[in-house]
Design a protein around this ligand. Structure first.
Ligand code: IVH
Length: 717
């Protein structure tokens, strides 16, 4: 396939482009899902036209530029007069150029335009004989179309009986409103069918389907009224001489739907400027409309002007479509994330291969709920039609099923709440964490109590849920206010468990600042970042007194992260105050506070919350330890004195001993501590000639810093 938007370089590429365009257009008019979205199709046609301008002698007969669009559908009912297509303009400049050419053709400035939304559905001709709807015909190839009269009675706005017994043809667009589209897909999938990709496909498929077990409603908007062979001569003449706007008023009077009753009724304008103002208005309302539009149709309103301008074989010269940016593009579904909202709602979100839609790059789209994913049979790796209009959150309309390769993977649904790990209530369409609004609290308390944070033994997930459900804790500080009586009052809480938990909570208060910071869950800071911050500032007071510039002194914190950390700490201030009041340690043992920046700057006494930490004034171990200046990587299982240390605790140990911990081996690595079962990292160290140490050797090297115990105080100091 040609790359849409690419310049056509030779006759072979031109022929290929024609083939692609013909296929896409056939799919479009037949109501199938094209492999090209509208934007790509428009670009392709423009590239074809550009090449044809340069090589007029080589233009192929199938070219979409030279003929009435949509030639693929076999038609059997001839049209009274050709159902033409429209030329496009894509900018105010192109529009102004069009009005200039219109002026030339007509011989004077056009001072009456009609401006209407370009409805995104399918053109049909509705024939009324003495007021009765007798025939519905699709556009087909423009000269003849398919008889779809079976749809009579299912199209809102297209009455079976007019208010007057006239014999006329009404032309207009059949479409599905957003609500009709959703309803149609529900009914269709309930009958085992694949959902339609978008309202346009849904309308096309529905209009042409015969003998379906169900009917789903569609909507009609008229945009043309013309006489047929049997039209009464006086009326025929009147219609031929009427301005477009008057024809629309008449159409409405007959009881047929037009745009008049919508938020974007057709209006008349007397200058190009007025037209452009209306274009801007309609564009602004687009996202809030209950039906899809893909542009604005501008017509010379007066019959005389239309006659003077004339028509080409494909499109009239008296009208043009001002195309709005496409709101739909095809891209790939890469992953599905499950996010938990404030109220505990667990909602899937699609991660997309980035795609530009109407000026912005879209990487995420909403997926509503799990049932929706199943109903639409979405799979990872699928090509999907993504819709984005205005500020509305982009959504996936449907997979483009015929682009499947067979490598697509099923989407895995979570079995536990992805945030707090509790159960999921799947009883309703919208899944919800059983903890509801408390989900966030359960998750953050469980995290804070974890081994690498405050390491509160006996405070597992179930216990946290119990405490939250009993209303005993509403934030992290609340844990330290728990009384023996409160704990004893809980189910499955005996004397021993209670005393153990209280002891664990008391021990947790002595944890170093780095772990407290980590437990607070400051966004953008994980374990190692918390350690770096704590080592740098040494006390919570100094950290809280720091501005973004001061925080940027910490390795790994840049201009973006620094202000957000400052803001997070400010937001957490009340909680931090309560932790301080509860007696939680706010200092980092062994760390030296940074030198005051200026004489009147932070001096280490203001803003320390009045707490003088054990670490303050201690020797600057961080700069002087046995690992000073070294980057150390730990891999494999630790043994001997280090056996009980988690990876996080090993990293803490390395940093206490003056080193830097890292998780990957490179030329810059100074030492790799390789325990049992060490694999690729050990091999890499050997290849790079990086020094290796067994756990015992390493334990000897940092012996003075092991056994830090709660609070992380090195035994040496
Ligand atoms: S006028 C000869 N008015 O756009 C004039 N067409 O891309 C042709 N369309 O085939 C029709 N809204 O299906 C006209 N307000 C509107 C329209 C409209 C949508 C469709 C119609 C046409 C296609 C051309």
């Amino acid at each position: 396939m040609t790359t849409p938007g690419a310049v056509i370089v030779d006759a072979v590429a031109y022929a290929q482009a024609i083939e692609d365009a013909v296929k896409a257009s056939a799919a479009y008019y037949a109501g199938g899902t094209s492999v090209l979205d509208d934007d790509a199709y428009d670009r392709l046609v423009r590239a074809i036209a550009a090449w044809e301008d340069e090589h007029p002698e080589q233009v192929l007969p199938d070219s979409p530029t030279g003929k009435v669009a949509g030639g693929a559908v076999e038609g059997d009912v001839p049209h009274t007069r050709p159902m033409l297509s429209l030329d496009n303009v894509f900018s105010a400049e192109e529009f102004t150029a069009w009005t200039a050419s219109l002026t030339r053709r007509v011989g004077h400035d056009v001072t009456a335009y009609s401006v209407e939304p370009k409805l995104d559905g399918l053109a049909i001709a509705a024939r009324y004989t003495r007021g009765r709807l007798t025939r519905l015909i699709t556009r087909g190839d423009g000269t003849a179309g398919e008889d779809v009269s079976h749809a009579i009675g299912t199209v809102e706005g297209l009455p079976e009986e007019l208010s007057e017994p006239v014999t006329v043809e009404v032309r207009g667009e059949v479409l599905m409103t957003t609500a009709q589209f959703e309803h149609a897909n529900e009914v269709r999938t309930a009958h085992g069918g694949a959902p339609f990709a978008n309202p346009r496909n849904a309308a096309a498929g529905t209009l042409r389907a015969r003998e379906r077990a169900y009917t789903v409603p569609m909507t009609f908007f008229g945009y043309g009224l013309l006489p047929v062979d049997d039209t009464e001569p006086a009326l025929a003449e009147l219609l031929e001489e009427s301005a477009h706007s008057d024809l629309m008023t008449r159409t409405g009077g007959y009881g047929v739907n037009t745009t008049a009753t919508t938020a974007v009724p057709g209006v008349t304008a007397s200058t190009a400027e007025e037209v452009l103002a209306r274009v801007a208005e309609i564009a602004g309302l687009r996202a809030s409309l209950p039906f899809g539009i893909d542009g604005i149709v501008v017509k010379a309103d007066l019959a005389a002007d239309q006659r003077a301008a004339g028509s080409g074989s494909r499109a009239p010269r008296w009208a043009t479509a001002y195309k709005l940016p496409a709101v739909e593009k095809i891209t790939r579904l890469l992953a599905v994330e499950w996010n938990v909202g404030r109220t505990g709602i667990i909602a899937p979100r699609a991660v997309l291969e980035p795609v530009r839609i109407d000026g912005s790059t879209i990487t995420y789209a909403t997926l509503h709920n799990a049932a929706d994913i199943t109903r639409r049979d979405l799979r990872l790796g699928d090509h999907v039609m993504v819709h984005r209009a205005g500020d509305v959150i982009p959504r996936i309309e449907a997979p483009v099923a015929h682009l499947r390769t067979g490598d697509e993977q099923p989407i895995v649904f979570p079995e536990a709440c992805p945030r707090c790990g509790s159960g999921i209530d799947t009883g309703e369409q919208r899944w919800r964490c059983v903890n509801g609004r408390d989900c966030h609290l359960v998750a953050s308390l469980s995290y804070a109590a974890g081994r690498d944070q405050l390491d509160i033994e006996g405070l597992g997930h179930t216990r946290v849920v119990q405490l939250v459900e009993a209303g005993l804790v509403t934030d992290l500080a609340g844990l330290f206010a728990l009384t023996r009586e409160q704990l004893l009052g809980l189910e499955r809480m005996g004397e021993t468990s209670t005393d153990n938990l209280l002891a664990a909570l008391a021990a947790a208060k002595k944890q170093p600042l780095s772990r407290v910071l980590c437990a607070l869950g400051v966004r953008g800071t994980g374990r190692s970042m918390s350690r770096r911050i704590a080592r740098h500032f040494a006390t919570m007071g100094l950290l809280r007194a720091a501005d973004a510039e001061a925080i940027q002194q910490v390795e790994g914190i840049g201009t973006e992260k620094a202000p957000s950390i400052v803001a997070e700490l400010a937001a957490l201030a009340p909680l931090i105050d309560r932790l301080v009041a509860a007696g939680v340690n706010m200092t980092e043992p062994g760390a030296t506070p940074p030198a005051p920046a200026t004489a009147d700057g932070t001096d280490g006494t203001d803003g320390t919350d009045g707490i003088v930490g054990e670490g303050e004034g201690a020797p600057a171990i961080a700069d002087a330890g046995p690992l000073a200046g070294m980057t150390v990587v730990v891999t494999g299982a630790m043994t001997g004195a280090l056996e009980k240390l988690s990876r996080n605790q090993m990293n803490e140990l390395i940093e206490r001993a003056g080193g830097r911990s890292s998780s990957s081996v490179s030329k810059k690595t100074s030492l790799v501590v390789a325990g049992e079962g060490a694999g690729s990292k050990r091999t890499k160290a050997e290849t790079l000639g990086v020094r290796l140490a067994a756990p015992d050797e390493f334990a000897a090297l940092v012996a003075d810093y092991v056994d830090a115990g709660p609070g992380g105080v090195p035994s040496a100091s």
